[in-house]
Design a binder for this molecule. Structure first.
Ligand code: SAH
Length: 351
């Protein structure tokens, strides 16, 4: 259990334990496995962080938990609600004073939460607010779980769907990501469906292969944002490392292994990647693939020289793709009145 903790305090962070590690901890203090089950249910099933509220745990064990462990890894800092009430954005503070963001979206038939995987990001996409100050650190598995639990509490609603599209590159924090998924989907705890979890990556090709092998039920979204390497390199440094051909091949391979349809994310940037010719080039690149293209007019970040395409251009781009048998949707950005795009709130906080 060496690398479970971080920070200066020597206390064990309970939410960073897997179910097996919690059992080992209980064994260490002379408790039976069913005690681990009860505590795990409180932590991950009921998202209860107050040890004294765990009424079926004997006083003696609660005392040990209070002395040797911490349960609260995050605290709510700010909550913003969009004018139409559909979108809630939370700024959360970590124990070491960092800020991360979540977005809770209420739809008619289902809710969804978008969470962060890192404090900052080292991928350096030019248009993205999350990476403008580099990577501070990875989030732990427990912090990722609590992003969900705290946001649900603040909003007063639960969700079955999770997307890793907040701050950070999830595949750049793979071990913690995997543990997070294991804890959220463990049937003794929250018992979330793996099929309801979607991960977005800027295209870390070797890690995409690992994801398909090790976590085949997880949905994949890939940020392409350009139809060729020349343009992609101008906005996404990762394009210098992995070619667009390799990236798309990894998405095809992901489908072969998982039989799950991937999403291709494409931010439409005015005069840069949004012409009819770009739509044709993209359709050629994606021909025969089982994917859905998600078109998002660029959400202009502070200081970015690029502008978002109009909704009219986005609709035309979608129709062109559709005409070439590439299914596409236009995402009308929810919550732009509360700076719901990746990392904007954290960036503002740090200024
Ligand atoms: N690192 C991951 C996930 C985080 S961002 C990734 O790159 O996919 C989630 C999505 O929002 C990505 O597709 C990202 O490229 C996109 N995005 C970031 N900033 C944006 C902006 N200003 N406008 C539109 N989309 C943006």
């Amino acid at each position: 259990m060496e690398n479970i903790q971080h920070g200066t305090e020597e206390k064990l962070e309970l939410y960073n334990l897997s179910y097996d590690e919690l059992k080992a901890f209980m064994a260490e203090i002379g408790e039976k496995p069913y005690r681990a089950k009860q505590i795990y249910q409180w932590l991950f099933g009921k998202s209860v962080t107050d040890v004294d509220a765990m009424f079926n745990i004997p006083e003696k064990v609660r005392q040990i938990l209070k002395e040797r462990t911490v349960t609260e890894l995050l605290k709510p800092e700010t909550q913003l609600r969009s004018a139409d009430g559909t979108t809630n954005k939370m700024l959360l503070k970590t124990r070491d004073g960092q800020f991360i963001e979540t977005v809770f979206m209420k739809y008619k038939y289902r809710n969804s939460i978008c969470i962060s995987s890192q404090v900052g990001c080292r991928m350096g996409c030019t248009f993205c607010a999350s990476g403008s100050q580099g990577l501070v650190r990875n989030l732990t598995s427990g912090e990722m779980c609590q992003e969900i639990f705290l946001t649900e509490k603040a909003v007063g609603a639960k969700t079955k769907n999770v997307v890793l599209m907040g701050i950070g590159e999830p595949l750049d924090n793979y071990e913690n990501l995997k543990k997070f998924i294991e804890n959220m989907t463990e049937e003794t705890g929250r018992d979330m469906s793996r099929r309801a979890i979607t991960l977005s990556t800027c295209g870390l090709v070797p890690m995409m292969a690992r994801l398909a092998e090790e976590l085949p039920q997880i949905n994949l979204a890939v940020s392409l944002h350009a139809p060729n390497d020349r343009l992609r390199k101008q906005i996404m440094p990762i394009a210098h490392k992995y070619s667009i051909e390799e990236t798309v091949a990894a998405v095809r391979k992901h489908f072969e292994i998982t039989r799950r349809r991937s999403t291709i994310e494409y931010a439409l940037i005015k005069g840069f990647n949004d012409s009819d010719a770009h739509a044709k080039e993209l359709a050629t690149l994606l021909r025969g693939m089982n994917c859905l293209v998600n078109l998002i007019p660029l959400n202009e970040a502070e200081g970015d020289e690029h502008r978002g395409s109009s909704l009219h251009t986005a609709e035309r781009f979608r129709e062109l793709l559709g005409g070439m048998h590439i299914p596409a949707t236009v995402r009308h950005s929810l919550g732009s009145d509360i700076e719901a795009a990746c990392g904007q709130l954290r960036l503002r906080k740090s200024k």
